[in-house]
Design a protein around this ligand. Sequence first.
Ligand code: UDX
Length: 449
Amino acid sequence: MRLTVIGCGYVGLVTGACLAAAGHEVHCTDIDEKRIDMLKAGKVPIYEEYLDEVLKRAEAEKKIFYTADTGEAIRAGDAIFICVGTPPKESGEADLSAIDNAARQIAVHARSPKLVVEKSTVPALTGVQLQKALAAYSQSGDIKFDVASNPEFLREGTAVGDFFHPDRIVVGVENEKSAVVMREIYKPILEHKFHCPVHRGQCPAGTPGELLLTTINSAELIKHASNSFLALKISYANVISDLCERIGADVEQVTHAMGLDPRIGTQFLKAGLGFGGFCFPKDIQAFIHLAGTVGVDFEMLRAAENVNKQRIDRFFEKIHKALWVIRGKRVAVLGLAFKANTDDIRFAPALEVIRRLLEEGAEVHASDPEAMVKTRAVFPTVNYHEDPYEALKAADAALVCTEWKTFRELDWNRAGKLMARRLVLDGRNLYLPKKMQELGFDYHSFGRP
Ligand code: UDX
């Protein structure tokens, strides 16, 4: 099928690349001409494992094309995926101006009927407005547009695998014609007709995720409801962690035992510095805001947001208790990205940790496998080290903020010899307290004795 992708950010590029790898002809466009030039030059503007490889293969097979000419891209596709950003406004409400602009572009440039697919994360009731906007902006009114909602559940760091092996594909449509088109688009994914770079053709057996057909309103709600529930689960684990510290229990054992009940599940119960990234924080805010506009007080989500914000306070209570005076201390910060396997630092807990350390007069030495360039732009006075052992040299304390494999496998015996003091504050519960104490470390983590 001939598809168009408007917005070559994270979601647009992964969606475009994977649908091209599934055999569709994909025309990508973006208002940022530099980004299109980069893509045309074979450079991928974001770090995401396997994405480069999938794009190269699709380019070689002449399945994916990039143009800054929005009109050309719009006319080239029968279905148009809107993948533009929907950042939060001050109020927490999602800013939908880029969606509105895309609707205008589509209405102005289309010369044949189109199925317009919401791929960006949008609050419920957006599809209704989008349908109206397409009709309003269409001068002739001759061309009919159908709208569909197709939320993504891609996680940064595993997005390509998540796209090819979805738990579910949610499709919100208002008529059977649109349903037929969406089924056609995802047929190769559901029938496993694509080359999977993650498993190199040895993909795990088992039934592919279900294509779930519903209404547009429900599909839009499913995205916010799912992300907010995952964030709620994390905050619940973090409150349990605080309880464990006061009662003298072990949060890792408590959440593991909870998760063995399939009604709860073991995932997303990891206590620590809390959630960051560009999804959970903004999706919670947008969901609370949406609920408020229809008279629903989403108190429990506001509580989850507060719990999450207080994780940094909890961490600094431990740092002050262990390190006493921070001014003039040399502190190593291991991990900057909001989670492992990404270079993304948006709403990353580590950035708030660094901001406070600098505010209190610490000398910060940081290390991260992928996120140092982006962090340097925010904190130019911090010392950055490719080699984590360099960051630990002469350090009075080490703070672990991101669960990178590199840090999980650090040789703390060697690190201990480099540090000025064997003091580790672990914001991601990466190590066994007993092991660290045997190595002579004053070791502090979340929710463990
Ligand atoms: C999330 C959703 O998982 C994905 O479905 C959606 O499409 C986009 O938002 P992402 O933001 O990439 O994906 O990250 P995710 O892996 O979900 O982690 C979110 C945050 O929660 C990270 O900061 C992570 O460190 C934190 N987290 C995750 C915990 O603190 N504890 C956990 O148990 C799991």
